[in-house]
Design a protein. Structure first.
Length: 143
């Protein structure tokens, strides 16, 4: 399995950046991890950039949205362990993900019914991906 995280704009908050880096390093012990950071604020809208990238990207695509399917950590771990090949997680920017962007994804998942900044969403996603690997590998982390 290879995991790709597609997001709009760089993480500017130093604390969140450091925590994301920590979880990325941990995840890389289990699988390949690629980041695609799409630039925000140019001729194309954030969603147009996301859709364009998805059309040229292989594997499964999961959009993160508060209106998506919810999972507990064990169910999320089971879902991830059932996937072979590449899995991309799509995190919208300030505009969020529009219907076209969501329609270009295979599934819409929710980290919470609350709305988060794209920076926080990425941190929470990385932590849950790491947690999923520790659950499936029976590594002491998940309680």
């Amino acid at each position: 399995m290879k995991i790709k995280i597609i997001s709009v704009g760089k993480i500017k908050d130093k604390g969140i950046f450091q925590l994301c880096s920590k979880y990325k390093d941990r995840i890389k012990r289990f699988t390949k991890l690629e980041e695609v950071v799409l630039k925000s604020g140019s001729n194309y809208s954030e969603n147009e950039k996301i859709v364009n990238h998805l059309k040229h990207s292989k594997g499964l695509h999961f959009a993160l949205s508060e209106d998506g399917n919810s999972f507990n950590s064990n169910d999320f771990a089971n879902k991830l362990s059932s996937i072979f090949g590449q899995l991309s997680f799509v995190i919208g920017g300030a505009e969020g993900l529009n219907e076209e962007a969501k329609a270009n994804c295979d599934e819409i998942i929710s980290l919470s019914s609350m709305t988060f900044t794209h920076e926080m969403a990425q941190l929470f996603l990385l932590e849950q991906v790491y947690r999923a690997f520790t659950i499936k590998q029976n590594i002491k982390y998940h309680k």
